[in-house]
Ligand binder design. Structure first.
Ligand code: COA
Length: 253
């Protein structure tokens, strides 16, 4: 079992491991944890370390401070770049969003306060989203002359359906935690004080399960979403049998 490990060498992200759970905290509370290129680079390092760490069974993402999980992209970087397009291109130099989607462990987002732009997009890269009652969700990009480009044009309609996704995206209208729950954007809404205890409770429940079974179940669901039902069932059969085989090998070895 893991003891507690905190990696201190980051400025915009805090990374801790406690008893097989990795906690990633977006840590720019003075500017509502907005996402800048430094955060992108630090997250890339953290996610790469998590992906290759067999001791990490579950990952929790959360935001520091009282006001926000993440209020989107850092607009000061957009304003100082020659153009929003160039600012965007700089962000695409590293495929952080693709990296999120390759993590084999379950990812849980603990969402409070403002969850805007890339904040929603990061939450959509997670498997389970728990919100506190004060959370507000919105995609302000079109009002800024850009489109969401950290995956939301694809992940949001797959999560809440085409019509609701387009309404959020094309109006920039912000929705409450209650509305987010009703449209299945989040799994649960809890009082603010219960947010972390709830998320930790879910994570702990997962750590009591077989780690290989957890990863295989996630893989079956995530890969299956892009397949036909017969293909998905075939995938399920393959994963179930390879899980059994590796368990048999482990019990022999
Ligand atoms: N980029 C850079 N800085 C940001 C920011 C962003 N996207 N959003 C907020 N901040 C900064 C503010 O400039 C402010 O800094 P300051 O104290 O040095 O002035 C600090 O975060 C707090 O924000 P503030 O606007 O004072 O908080 P608020 O509670 O009054 O309003 C919001 C919160 C989220 C409604 C408002 O900050 C906002 O609309 N932000 C822009 C959201 C956005 O468009 N995101 C980009 C998506 S692509």
């Amino acid at each position: 079992m893991l003891s507690q490990v905190v990696m201190r060498n980051f400025e915009t992200v805090v990374y801790e491991k406690k008893y097989n759970v990795a906690y990633v905290t977006l840590n720019r509370p003075q500017v509502l944890n907005v996402y800048n290129t430094q955060m992108r680079d630090e997250l890339c390092q953290v996610l790469g370390a998590i992906r290759d760490d067999s001791e990490v069974m579950v990952v929790v993402f959360k935001g520091a401070g009282q006001k926000a999980f993440c209020a989107g992209a850092d607009l000061s970087e957009f304003l100082s770049a020659p153009s929003p397009t160039i600012a965007r291109r700089v962000r695409w130099e590293r495929d952080i969003w693709g990296l999120f989607l390759t993590l084999p462990q379950p990812l849980i987002a603990a969402l409070h306060g403002y969850v805007l732009g890339s904040g929603i997009e990061m939450a959509l890269c997670c498997d389970i989203r728990i919100a506190s009652e004060d959370a507000q969700f919105g995609l302000p990009e079109v009002g800024l002359g850009i489109i969401p480009a950290a995956g939301a044009t694809q992940t949001l309609p797959r999560t809440i359906g085409q019509a609701k996704a387009l309404e959020m995206m094309l109006t920039g209208h912000r929705i409450s935690a209650k509305e987010a729950f009703e449209m299945k954007l989040v799994n649960r809404v809890v009082p603010r004080a219960q947010l972390l205890p709830t998320v930790k409770g879910i994570a702990r429940q997962m750590t009591r399960c077989d780690p290989m079974a957890i990863r295989s179940a996630k893989q079956a669901v995530m890969r299956g979403l892009d397949l036909t039902l017969p293909e998905g069932l075939e995938l399920e059969k393959r994963l179930a049998s390879s899980l059994l085989q590796s368990k048999a090998r482990n019990s022999l070895g």
